[in-house]
Design a protein around this ligand. Structure first.
Ligand SMILES: N[C@@H](CCC(=O)N[C@@H](CSS)C(=O)NCC(=O)O)C(=O)O
Length: 285
């Protein structure tokens, strides 16, 4: 049957196939916006994982303007992240670090090299360098969307939780993990301060808010304020009990700490040697 089609008819069929695949791509690009409840207000949201360091990276985009931010990108995953933003037709404007990480190198330095106009972000309190040093209460705009910065020190002195009130979401970094919390035994960590930060800045959010952590070591991906207030075994202790519990945690130091901290204090703008060292150390299980 096909062999009887004229060249013109064949070309028309091809064109229609191309149009269909473009429309499928368009549908994929916008599916998350139209189908998921909390994205109805034009927010594009993705959670990605780095399995060597158990780190979550988050993309948040304005569906209308395509401006986007990334929270806690990982150096080793920058190629994946760039492929993702290209596929999704996003313009990445800011790389928000929740804090100076001790267990992996941030991807914000490498993203700066690859994306013109991209800016690294870190809290002023962390004592590091960034294109944009933010303070408690600041609001970061990307297109029609905005992120509120809420200081939650205790895991480190410069930890910031990023909140999207319009979407009932908060990105807690390592201040609050699912059924756990960040350790407090280095980088000016302070258990009492962490307890206060969580209660004043995270547990004070409405119960239905979704909480997205910086890491998860147990296979979870998201929680809620209501859940953690009742089920977090550390944060349901009294303040004094929590301080004692954190004193006894006795975790090994992260294997990358000596490279990660100085590099992340510069938002990941690093030498080739450090880059190599980071890749080697992370590949050792
Ligand atoms: N084994 C890992 C480090 C694991 C670790 O210390 N995680 C930190 C967050 S990254 S500094 C943490 O706060 N953990 C809390 C907990 O209760 O596990 C490595 O060597 O990198």
């Amino acid at each position: 049957m096909k062999s009887f089609l004229s060249l013109g008819q064949k070309m028309l069929m091809k064109l229609s196939a191309i149009r269909n695949s473009a429309s499928i791509l368009q549908q994929i690009r916008y599916a998350h916006v139209t189908k998921l409840g909390n994205q109805a207000k034009g927010l594009l949201f993705r959670q990605l994982f780095h399995d060597a360091s158990y780190t979550y990276t988050y993309f948040l985009g304005c569906a209308k303007t395509r401006k986007a931010v990334v929270i806690d990108p990982v150096l080793e995953m920058v190629d994946r992240d760039i492929k993702f933003i290209e596929e999704m037709n996003l313009k990445l404007v800011y790389g928000l670090n929740t804090h100076v990480h001790a267990d992996h190198v941030t991807g914000t330095g490498k993203l700066k090299q690859r994306i013109p106009g991209f800016q690294s972000v870190l809290s002023k309190a962390s004592g590091g360098k960034a294109d944009m040093l933010i303070e408690d209460g600041e609001v970061i705009q990307f297109g029609e969307q905005s992120i509120h910065c809420s200081a939650t020190p205790g895991h480190t002195n410069g930890c910031m939780t990023y909140i999207l009130p319009d979407h009932s979401m908060a990105f807690t970094g390592d201040a609050l993990l699912i059924r756990a919390c960040g350790r407090t035994d280095f980088q000016q960590g302070n258990a009492g301060q962490l307890y206060d930060s969580v209660y004043k800045r995270i547990f004070s959010l409405p119960d239905h808010y979704f909480l997205y952590p910086g890491h998860d070591y147990m296979g979870f991906s998201v929680t809620t304020v209501a859940e953690e207030k009742v089920l977090n075994p550390r944060l349901t202790l009294s303040r004094d009990e929590f301080i004692n519990f954190m004193k006894e945690l006795n975790l090994k130091y992260p294997k990358l700490i000596d490279i990660a901290v100085p590099t992340n204090l510069k938002c990941g703008e690093i030498s080739k040697e450090a880059l190599q060292g980071s890749a080697e150390l992370l590949s050792k299980k």
